[in-house]
Design a protein around this ligand. Structure first.
Ligand SMILES: Cc1cc2nc3c(=O)[nH]c(=O)nc-3n(C[C@H](O)[C@H](O)[C@H](O)COP(=O)(O)OP(=O)(O)OC[C@H]3O[C@@H](n4cnc5c(N)ncnc54)[C@H](O)[C@@H]3O)c2cc1C
Length: 354
């Protein structure tokens, strides 16, 4: 079996950007993506999310993103990605779900069921959407109402007439409350006091937030989302919910779930019909486990002095859309850095792992 110079896993913003730059550098590669159609995580976002509602989709190298209008994000962004793959003739193969990557005497072998690809380097761009995080609370399994995670959000109409408890202190929770509070009765709980941002989100503030996540991955700590360090903002879409008090009436986390509601440690109780877990995601990197990239601190340490995408444990491997590059703009830039990291690793053959 021939040996590729690189394999990219994942064809979202990060994987497409990496593939574009690898192609430009003349590096032979394939992009393996588990979805049946282009679009990455954007294909799976809820129907009510329009391009006007998203925080912003950065452009893929050299091609303007879809306009910020009333189009559905889950069709506009996938169409943009599809056109991009086509225009740049990117070597995407789908559907291919990678289940593990192993090292075979210095060559990386990427397994997907019965299929395999051999490669000198790897760019991991698998995002987080396929790895939703659901915390466990006592009594969770006894709840008789409905429990949903962000990945299942069916749009606001589904909740009309139901009492909805939104759990989580991130941008998704704020968006959900913004959409639901004008329509139905809502409650909000978060683990920590939310940090609101009232000033303009300048490029400097964005860079400072990214730097905080960068510091974490440089120490090998599990990354926190960039959004979690930028603070929360209310947009015009959320002002009506604010006026109705949806954000002011926040409570700390309950201590247990009962069949018809949630109870706090002080004995107080709220009846709810739905628990909407807006509790985020974790990096989808289980397939990399055989490579033992995780540090003792629990995350994959990335080389901060170099390009910021190279795994310290094994410089053949680049991670994009991970930690500081987990936003469309970050993923885009990381794709370029990763392609250079791949070029650098190939120039250093024979490769050694540390
Ligand atoms: C609700 C929500 C809203 C957001 N809104 C914004 C926003 O407005 N602006 C912004 O910049 N960022 C936003 N983000 C973050 C942003 O979506 C991501 O940072 C970025 O789009 C992720 O791109 P990606 O390429 O890293 O991952 P993804 O788009 O998730 O792509 C990863 C791809 O890898 C594939 N894959 C996963 N595992 C495997 C496997 N084992 N084998 C093969 N393929 C695999 C997946 O199918 C997918 O196609 C949002 C995130 C969420 C959750």
């Amino acid at each position: 079996m021939s040996i590729l110079d690189s394999v990219v896993i994942g064809a979202g913003q990060a994987g497409l950007s990496a593939s574009f730059h690898l192609t430009r550098l003349g590096i032979s590669h394939v992009v393996l993506d588990s979805d049946s159609e282009p679009g990455g995580a954007w294909r799976h976002r809820w129907d009510a999310l329009t391009m006007r509602d998203v925080h912003g989709v950065a452009e893929l190298p050299g091609e303007s993103p879809p306009p910020r209008d009333g189009q559905r994000a889950n069709t506009a962004v996938p169409a943009y990605f599809a056109a991009y793959e086509h225009a740049h003739d990117l070597p995407v193969i789908r559907p291919v779900r990678v289940d593990r990557v192993v090292d075979d005497e210095g060559i990386l072998v990427v397994h997907a069921g019965e299929r395999q690809w051999r490669t000198r380097t790897l760019v991991n761009a698998t995002g987080t959407w396929t790895h939703p995080f659901l915390p466990h609370y006592p009594g969770m399994e006894t709840f008789l109402g409905e429990q949903l995670h962000t990945v299942d959000y069916p749009g606001p109409e589904h909740f009309a007439g139901k009492r909805v408890l939104v759990v989580g202190g991130g941008a998704s929770a704020v968006q959900f409350l913004g959409a639901l509070a004008p329509l139905t009765d809502t409650l909000w709980v978060t683990r920590r006091e939310p940090v609101w941002r009232n000033d303009d989100f300048t490029p400097e503030a964005g860079a400072a937030a990214v730097a905080l996540v960068e510091q974490r991955v440089a120490q090998g700590l599990p990354p926190e989302s960039v959004v979690s360090v930028t603070g929360l903002m209310l947009r015009p879409q959320e002002r009506e919910a604010e006026r109705l008090g949806a954000f002011a009436a926040r409570r700390p986390m309950f201590s247990r779930i009962e069949p018809d509601g949630v109870r706090w440690a002080d004995g107080s109780f709220e009846r709810v019909d739905v628990i909407l877990w807006a509790t985020g995601f974790r990096p989808a990197i289980a397939h990399l486990a055989p490579l033992h990239l995780r540090s003792a601190a629990g995350g994959i340490q990335l080389d901060r002095r170099g390009r910021g995408t190279t795994a310290v444990q094994d410089p053949r491997i680049q991670l994009v859309g991970y930690g500081p590059s987990a936003s469309t703009i970050g993923a885009n830039r990381a794709g370029r850095s990763a392609a250079k990291g791949v070029q650098h690793a190939l120039a250093r053959e024979p490769l050694r792992t540390s």
